[in-house]
Design a protein around this ligand. Structure first.
Ligand code: AR6
Length: 234
């Protein structure tokens, strides 16, 4: 695709969060080509902003699910993304992932807008996940609004072809038409919508602080997400 040419010069490490003592890897011609071309899923922390899910519990679940899937995905990578270097969820997950000795080439955190990872962060992710609402509708704020806005009409249409709605704990894989700006500008070929558990009384299906149910639904959400990604990679 013409729109994807000429992108090789960006450093991959612009938004990457380094572990304490870790040195930044300077992009040099040839050395990191295989890593850069590895299938990569960028995902936001599901349910922890608008849906108000507890960050400690969510970070345990993210690390547990990443540990379970990361070695089943061949050379594919998983990247947890958030907007700010001050992100609490990124720092919790980094600490817990390093305690579990998860391979930092296969799983790392990254600071940036998930809709601009390649154009602004120099990180190529062929798949991005969305923290969606059950109606799979654009807007509403957060990462959902950003992804539907960046994906354009093409993403809306492609989403409707796959599903009309989604229950909490489920994910749906949406192949992105090449007419979508996310495809052309960022090299994203699939968006995976995920609906997580909701702890916010102002939003539908609130679990009223029931973290037994909530943790189960969040675990199911990440399982569906990573299984969806692995179905693309295979
Ligand atoms: N890039 C990367 N990360 C982001 C971005 C972005 N552009 N925007 C937000 N985040 P949230 P939820 C992070 O609220 O809690 C919507 O209205 C954010 O900092 O988007 O699952 C939907 O329609 C946080 O770490 O999702 C649903 O109704 C993470 O993404 C509801 O919100 C998730 O925050 C879903 O709420």
């Amino acid at each position: 695709d013409a729109c994807l040419k000429g992108t090789g010069s960006l450093s991959e490490n612009a938004g990457r969060e380094l572990k304490e003592g870790e040195e930044p890897v300077v992009g040099s011609a040839g050395s990191d080509v295989s890593l850069k071309d590895a299938p990569t899923l960028a995902f936001p922390s599901i349910s922890t902003a608008d849906f108000q899910f507890d960050l400690e519990k969510a970070s345990d679940i993210i690390v547990e699910k990443v540990a379970k899937f990361v070695n089943k995905l061949g050379n594919a990578r998983l990247v947890l993304v958030d907007l700010s270097h001050k992100s609490k969820i990124l720092s919790l997950v980094r600490t817990k992932a390093s305690d579990k000795n998860i391979d930092s080439n296969k799983f790392f955190t990254f600071v940036g807008d998930i809709t601009r990872l390649h154009s602004e962060g120099g990180l190529h992710c062929n798949v991005i996940a969305n923290a969606a609402n059950w109606r799979l509708k654009p807007g509403g704020g957060g990462v959902n609004a950003a992804i539907f806005s960046a994906g354009g009409r093409a993403l809306e249409v492609a989403t409707k072809e796959q599903a009309k709605s989604l229950l909490p704990g489920n994910a749906v894989v949406v192949p992105l038409p090449s007419t979508s700006p996310l495809f052309c500008r960022e090299g994203v070929t699939h968006v995976i919508h995920v609906v997580g558990p909701n702890m916010n009384p102002q939003r539908p299906n609130c679990l009223n602080n029931d973290y037994i149910k909530g943790c189960k639904v969040l675990q199911e959400a990440y399982t569906s997400l990573f299984e969806g990604f692995s179905s693309i990679v295979r």
